[in-house]
Design a protein around this ligand. Structure first.
Ligand code: OSB
Ligand code: MG
Length: 370
């Protein structure tokens, strides 16, 4: 199997409502959609890099240069197994979102060539529905948070993740808990907004019965997280700090890692994701699939990954209408009444780009021969 060309299309999609976190506020989703072509087959993926380096170092600009200058030269020659792509790209440091976007498109391309849904190639289970949660940005008032969260809960989402930052944490969470009751699974995501010096403040979270607190401390830390974890009974979940199975192992050995949020883009592709999933399964570490406000392309990839047995908690892969007025795929993802999304069963990721919608939202494109 040989690749002939790779295309990058830059899209700009308005979000239904702005998404605010401790690091910033977005009202538009921008991303590169990657298409690889060869042997008459196309594979698709989406880069999860951001406009600015606020979540991680990677941006749309860095992804463009990494793919053009560093990644494309490694894609020549015969590809016999998509697992080998990650090895070919091993010498390139960092740039994991760029590597993941290309590697994921090649997995889709390969699965389509074998006429198999992607999850089979990944070793996933034949489950047709994936239980999902929803990530709720920082709101203008606790009342607004209560209304938004309650409406998602009534739609059927299986757990609510509330974005927090200093000044927007215990009080809105306590009011939300009082409004929804003790049975609703609630967690908090700080996106690195706190310091270890805030450890006493975290004691106030304990009676909220949160499933977990995600990434409370620095984006590049595991040591202080381990110290904090020892003082709390609420589990710590790591997102930003985990880039590889070695990071997961070190964090686990230090006691920093109670739960893992896995994002394929953050760790550099499916090969490292499968290693992390196997590690989590081996050590009985709860695992869930994170999200980066992806379009239907990234969302389909996330669902295929989540069929693997190690994914034991509902993730952030919400329905298309939680984010966008109109997605870029022909059959957008809808939430089933039981709080699940349906895994597409066609070849590869099983979803197709909507050419008319792509024309509306694509602002730039470039194609390279391989
Ligand atoms: O920290 O998980 C995060 C979105 C953008 C950047 C970082 C994060 C998020 C989310 C949204 O929480 C998850 C989603 O709904 O896709
Ligand atoms: Mg997070």
């Amino acid at each position: 199997m040989r690749l002939e060309e790779i295309q990058l299309q830059f899209i700009s999609l308005p979000l239904k409502t702005p998404f605010a976190t401790s690091f910033g506020r977005e009202d538009t989703k921008r991303a590169w959609i990657i298409t690889v072509r060869g042997e008459g087959i196309e594979g698709y993926a989406e880069s999860v890099a951001s406009d600015l380096p606020l979540y991680s170092e990677e941006t749309h600009a860095s992804v463009y240069y990494a793919i053009r200058d560093a990644i494309i030269p490694h894609l020549q020659g015969n590809i016999t197994d998509p697992q080998e792509i990650s090895l070919r790209l091993q010498s390139i440091r960092g740039n994991r979102m760029a590597k993941a976007a290309v590697e994921m498109a090649i997995w889709d391309w390969f699965a389509k060539s074998e006429r198999q849904p992607l999850y089979r190639l990944l070793g996933g289970r034949d489950v047709d529905r994936i239980p999902v949660g929803v990530s709720i940005g920082i709101q203008d008032s606790p009342e607004q948070l209560g209304a938004v969260a309650e409406s998602y809960w009534k739609q059927g989402y299986r757990r609510l993740k509330i974005k927090i930052r200093p000044g927007w944490d215990v009080i809105p969470l306590r009011l939300l808990r009082a409004r929804l009751g003790d049975e609703v699974p609630i967690m908090a995501d700080a996106n690195s907004a706190y310091r270890l010096a805030d450890r006493d403040h975290f004691k106030e979270f304990e009676d909220l019965h949160l499933m977990m607190i995600e990434q409370p401390l620095a984006y590049d830390d595991i040591v202080d997280h381990a110290t904090l974890a020892k003082t709390l009974s609420t589990p710590i979940c790591l997102d930003e700090s985990i880039h590889s199975v070695d990071d997961a192992r070190k964090a686990w050995e230090l006691g920093a890692l109670g739960i893992i949020n896995l994002k394929v883009g953050r760790v550099g592709g499916y090969a490292p994701s499968l290693a992390i999933e196997a590690f989590a399964r081996q050590h009985h570490i709860p695992l869930w699939c994170g999200g980066m406000l992806e379009t239907g392309i990234g969302r389909a990839h996330n669902l295929h990954l989540t069929t693997l047995a190690g994914f034991t908690l509902p993730g952030d892969t919400s329905a298309s209408d939680r984010y966008f007025w109109q997605d870029i795929i022909t059959e957008p993802f809808a939430l089933n009444a039981d709080g699940t999304l349906t895994v597409p069963t066609g070849p590869g990721i099983g979803v197709d780009l909507d050419p008319k919608r792509m024309q509306e939202v694509c602002t730039y494109e470039e194609t390279w021969k391989i």
